[in-house]
Ligand binder design. Structure first.
Ligand code: HEC
Length: 219
């Protein structure tokens, strides 16, 4: 590459050309004692090792992760014995009803069922709670207009809580909350079934809030 002229030691430094400089560098490059300028074998091997491990990990999780379902790794799970039906644990309607009451009704009728006169009537010892037919309809569709509860006049609006309303309580939850209020705070009426709530819902369909005059026709 280099011309014989540039190898002449007497050549003027100022006259050194790019070409001769490159030639000089070319010679030096091979002799550089700079170890870091080369890839060492060890990091390369580690790169392959970790790539392999990540690939293995991904494949392993793909096969055995069970889609990360929380119940997949239940080491105490036992297969059901032959003939044993895995019955869902029955929910105590009073427990469920208490929860629904706290969530939906207590803000108005108060946790102690005493209401907040003159705005919200009491449920404790209320003649309306004692009537299954009336109480179911009140919770399903709400209530508006004047009403007398335990001799006190109220005239407010109770929102509907049945299916399709803002609270959207299922017949099961309505039955549970009524069962709860009918045996709480000294009340002694019997439980209400979801079937009875569903039956009344089927009979009345979708309708506006109940009026006292309508309720009074019911038992
Ligand atoms: C936003 C407040 C509010 C909520 C929530 C509410 N109520 Fe009422 N409730 C009222 C008002 C107000 C009346 C009286 C309506 C009237 O004056 O016509 C009433 C009346 C009643 C009555 C008939 C009167 C009585 O005191 O016995 C019953 C029964 C009743 N509510 C049960 C419930 C149940 C059960 C729930 C929960 C599922 C509930 N209410 C949720 C405000 C509410």
């Amino acid at each position: 590459m280099s011309s014989p002229m540039h190898q002449d030691k007497r050549v003027d430094q100022a006259a050194v050309t790019d070409e001769s400089l490159m030639a000089a560098h070319e010679k030096l490059i091979g002799k550089q004692p700079d170890e870091k300028a080369h890839y060492k074998l060890a990091p390369l091997a580690l790169l392959f090792l970790f790539s392999g491990l990540i690939f293995f990990g991904g494949t392993y999780l793909g096969r055995f992760s069970g889609h990360f379902h929380p119940k997949v790794y239940n080491e105490y799970a036992m297969p059901p014995k032959a003939g044993e039906v895995a019955a869902a644990p029955a929910v105590d309607p009073v427990v469920l009803g208490k929860a629904v009451y706290a969530q939906v009704c207590a803000s108005c009728h108060q946790p102690n069922g005493m209401g907040l006169p003159p705005a919200f009537p009491p449920l404790a010892a209320s003649e309306w709670v004692a009537s299954e037919e009336r109480a179911i309809r009140i919770v399903l569709y709400g209530l508006e207009g004047p009403i007398k509860v335990k001799g006190v006049d109220y005239n407010g609006v109770m929102p509907a809580a049945g299916p399709g309303s803002g609270f959207n309580l299922s017949p099961e939850k309505i039955a549970a909350v009524l069962t709860y209020i009918r045996q709480e705070w000294g009340n002694t009426s019997g439980p209400v079934t979801a079937a009875k709530v569903a039956e009344i819902k089927g009979k009345e369909g979708n309708r506006a809030a109940m009026k006292v005059a309508e309720l009074e026709k019911l038992p």
